[in-house]
Design a protein around this ligand. Structure first.
Ligand code: OAD
Length: 239
């Protein structure tokens, strides 16, 4: 398999790519959705009912993420290498709200579920950096009557970010790779079908077979830090 046979690569990552960096996934054993109810802390209704609970949930995620031992891993770095060495177009779509892909050096990244280190004005949609705890007293500076800032996170019941660009790239992709995602949350779980409908070859790299593994042309089970560097090396070296 050589990267030279492809013109456009779209990679989709999920929580599994950051797991070996020390960030808990959602649906594995000890995952976040074992401890929290998704509808309480990650939904539009949950935020309306109890904004403090939701802010606290993301404050904990932010504190956890900002620990100095949390660093990009070999899978993040391998994707940087692929982006740099590939002469065609490359898009990295992540469902992750951490910025480990950017810390590693990835450039063309879309955070379809938002970003943990950002907050947003709900009125103007202005996005600002946010590395500290957020409270309901944190107001925007963009509106005449300041509004309480909210996490820059896509909750269940909201539209993911960057979908126009993502679907545009998927409609031209000839290689689609999904890494570390359980394939349970749409629309991301539908991207493989989208790419396949235009003839793209599809590869899944995941610890366990995902919910949608049967849609892929190739499924490889294992750890992202081992599988991603191996795949990137075989793509770049034509092995
Ligand atoms: P999940 O927690 O649903 O799935 C993580 C996947 O990664 C599982 O299939 C694991 O088998 C796999 N995995 C775990 N460790 C791995 C490793 N070291 N190497 C490779 N794979 C590994 O996470 P996502 O699929 O990302 O959305 O979840 C999708 C969305 O659901 C999230 O973005 C979040 C969540 O609710 C929102 O909050 C909007």
């Amino acid at each position: 398999m050589s990267v030279n046979q492809y013109k456009k690569i779209v990679v989709l990552t999920g929580a599994g790519v950051s797991a070996e960096s020390g960030i808990r996934t959602f649906r594995d054993k000890d995952g976040l959705w074992e401890k929290y109810k998704l509808e309480d802390v990650a939904s539009v209704d949950g935020y309306k009912k109890n904004p403090d609970l939701v802010l606290d949930f993301y404050n904990k995620r932010r504190q956890d993420f900002c620990r100095k031992e949390i660093k990009p891993n070999a899978a993040h770095y391998a994707l940087v290498e692929l982006e740099q060495q590939f002469s065609g177009e490359f898009l990295l779509v992540t469902q992750n709200i951490d910025n480990l892909h950017e810390q590693a050096g990835s450039k063309n990244v879309i955070h379809m579920h938002g970003e943990l280190l950002k907050a947003r004005c709900p009125e103007s949609n202005q996005v600002i950096q946010c590395t500290d705890d957020q409270s309901r007293d944190d107001l925007c500076t963009c509106c005449q009557y300041p509004s309480a800032l909210r996490p820059h996170i896509v909750w269940f019941g909201e539209m993911p970010l960057g979908l126009d660009i993502i679907y545009h790239h998927l409609s031209q992709a000839d290689l689609f790779i999904a890494i570390g995602t359980s394939g349970t949350v749409y629309p991301a779980a539908g991207f493989v079908e989208e790419a396949k409908s235009v003839g793209a070859y599809s590869i899944e790299l995941n610890l366990d077979p995902s919910e949608i593994h049967s849609h892929f042309d190739q499924v490889v089970q294992g750890k992202a830090t081992e599988l991603v560097p191996k795949l990137v090396s075989s793509l770049l070296n034509g092995a």
